[in-house]
Design a binder for this molecule. Structure first.
Ligand code: FES
Ligand code: MG
Length: 593
């Protein structure tokens, strides 16, 4: 037993080994003995490591953790700790209605309460599906207990008729083929189902792969953790190593507040640009930063990240999937390329005990077609633009997915490069969009921008991934696959649509989108990063004065609590009152009897 351990009194001993309070110690310990533990273990001066289990039958993207946890426990035991697994409220992106986003803050709250109220000294955060990663990191930031991320890893690559088919991305492509009448329902189903060939999360660079990459870029997982496909043996080895390291960080007292610094968040933003990451990363990182007490503004995504080049040739911005990304070196190769080009804060601390610079020093791309060298990128300036104007204070645009065709049609008018003036067509949520998009009387053509509102955090509730609206069937048949789209909701990280989204403040709380009408002229200017309704000031003010907030229908108690306390996407969509809480694991709760 090391000195560190001999001298250390663990938080869990306040429950299980407190000679000053034998009555409570007995009460706390007896029930934990009726399962796998003995008094010798629980009173032997060993740290207790929680395993926050996000996998279940309801959460298939994370179900690999149900199997990985055995290797995590072995690692914890071999390093001299005691593992205790506990369940996390399920968050499944494609299964949860009305949105999984609604549940991110609920899982966060649940994790904070567990880490505060139970005899836990450190925690392994199991992550995978989109919102599981931010929920776990937000909770760890609020608790500030030693914590380490274990990603579940992506599914194996999907194949259909000899071609790669990636999670989500295949859905958007196949919907267009269905609209054009090129495939039937059965082929549509087969193509989409072929994209999910094994356990694991989405195999594209959607929100799941992005957020696990963000956890690694922040320094919260072991180097190389995020990209290992779920079924690979290396994933099992990573689970074991993560369990071992979880014990060491308790002994070293290495906490999220030591890792989650401003520099760490800037590193994550730069990595996000280089991987062509999801537009969901900004609200999730904003939320983690706010719970960690780090200043981060939505505009930092442009100032820090815009001029970083796209290196990862992975769908939806590129062509490959998770297996190729892993073989090419994954996130360490991306970070190694960025570091060599002077584009990372190399001094930032990681959970491995090494700095970022030390952790990725020897890493470069192992396949320059899949991960490009820094000076031979897929495209320059691959980060997000942050737009503003009279329709919102801020909204994001992902530039790495702007296709040549989109640029030529909408952004390359002679004499007005990057400027597009058009007529607005406004939808009140996805039901309205689906009901009316093919209505010829709307007059949707190439000079149209599609708007959707009422789909933000308060409006939906939870903010829905619906902004990547497909054009009318007639336009798709004429070869126009995308129109510019704008909304106060989000879109899937697997979408290749360069939408303008996450508009904050949202319409139902009185954001500018609320006053837009179908037929208004709007002007998008990517040189100035503005989007404005070209409505005379007086008329605009009159619409504002006449506006009344819509009546919201809550379907569950949580929806009402969430809507009462949630902030806007630009601020992370946090429960605002929760952002004031810091280091809650330190503030020991009272005895319960
Ligand atoms: Fe769960 Fe994509 S739907 S990871
Ligand atoms: Mg999604």
């Amino acid at each position: 037993m090391s000195d560190t351990r001999a001298n250390k009194r663990f938080r869990s001993q306040e429950w299980f080994d407190n000679p000053n309070n034998p009555g409570m110690t007995a009460l706390y310990i007896e029930r934990y003995l009726n399962q796998e533990f003995t008094r010798e273990e629980l009173q032997g001066g060993k740290p207790i490591i929680g395993i926050a289990q996000t996998g279940s039958d309801l959460s298939p993207c994370n179900k690999i953790h149900v199997f990985l946890k055995d290797r995590v426990k072995a690692g914890i035991r071999d390093a001299g700790g005691i593992p205790m697994e506990f369940p996390v409220h399920p968050i499944q992106e494609t299964g949860k209605r009305p949105t999984a986003a609604l549940d991110r803050n609920l899982a966060y709250l649940g994790l904070v309460e567990v880490l505060h109220g139970y005899p836990i000294d450190g925690v392994v955060l199991t992550t995978g599906c989109d919102k599981t990663t931010p929920a776990m990191l937000m909770g760890a930031a609020t608790a500030d207990l030693p914590a380490i991320v274990l990603s579940g890893g992506p599914m194996l690559d999907g194949w259909w008729n000899g071609e790669l088919v990636g999670s989500g991305t295949v859905v958007w492509e196949s919907r267009r083929l269905l609209s054009e009448g090129k495939i039937d329902y059965e082929e549509f189903m087969s193509r989409v189902c072929a994209s999910a060939p094994s356990l694991g999360h989405c195999n594209t660079m959607g929100t799941a792969s992005t957020m696990n990459a963000m956890a690694e870029a922040l320094g919260m997982s072991l180097t190389g953790c995020s990209a290992i496909p779920a079924p690979f043996r290396e994933r099992m080895a990573m689970a074991y190593a993560t369990g071992k390291r979880a014990v060491e960080i308790v002994l070293e007292d290495l906490k999220p507040s030591d890792i989650l610094t401003r520099e760490a968040f800037e590193n994550a933003i730069m990595v996000n640009s280089a991987i062509g990451g999801s537009t969901n990363a900004p609200p999730h990182l904003q939320a983690i930063a706010r719970h960690a007490g780090v200043e981060l503004d939505v505009r930092d995504w442009q100032t820090v990240g815009y001029d970083v080049p796209l290196l990862a040739n992975i769908q939806p911005a590129g062509k490959y999937l998770g297996e190729a990304f892993y073989r090419a070196g994954g996130v360490p190769a991306i970070m190694g390329e960025l570091a060599a080009a002077g584009r990372l804060h190399e001094g930032a601390q990681t959970i491995s005990g090494r700095t970022v610079g030390e952790a990725v020093a020897d890493w470069r791309t192992r396949d320059p077609d899949v991960i490009r060298p820094y000076h031979r990128p897929l495209r320059e300036n691959a980060g997000f633009l942050v737009l503003s104007g009279n329709l919102f204070d801020s909204a994001l645009m992902k530039t790495s997915v702007i296709s040549d065709d989109f640029r030529r049609r909408f952004l390359s008018k002679p004499g007005s490069e990057n400027v597009f003036e058009a007529r607005a067509v406004v939808f009140e949520g996805p039901e309205d969009y689906h009901a009316r998009i093919n209505d010829p009387s709307l007059g949707i053509d190439e000079e149209t921008i599609l708007f959707i509102r009422g789909v933000g955090c308060v409006g939906y509730p939870g903010s829905a991934e619906v902004v990547n609206m497909q054009p009318p069937d007639a336009l798709i048949k004429a070869g126009i696959n995308h129109l510019p789209t704008v909304g106060d909701g989000r879109q899937s990280g697997t979408s290749e649509s360069p939408s303008i989204l996450n508009a904050s403040p949202e319409s139902v709380v009185g954001g500018g989108l609320a006053y837009l009408k179908t037929g208004d002229r709007v002007r998008l200017d990517l040189n100035e990063c503005t989007l404005n309704a070209l409505v005379p000031e007086e008329e605009w003010e009159a619409r504002k004065a006449a506006w009344a907030p819509p009546k919201l229908h809550h379907q569950t108690p949580w929806q009402e609590i969430y809507r009462t306390h949630v902030g806007q996407l630009a601020d992370g969509g946090c429960l605002e009152l929760a952002t004031a809480y810091r280091q809650v694991a330190k503030d020991l709760p009272r005895d319960n009897h």
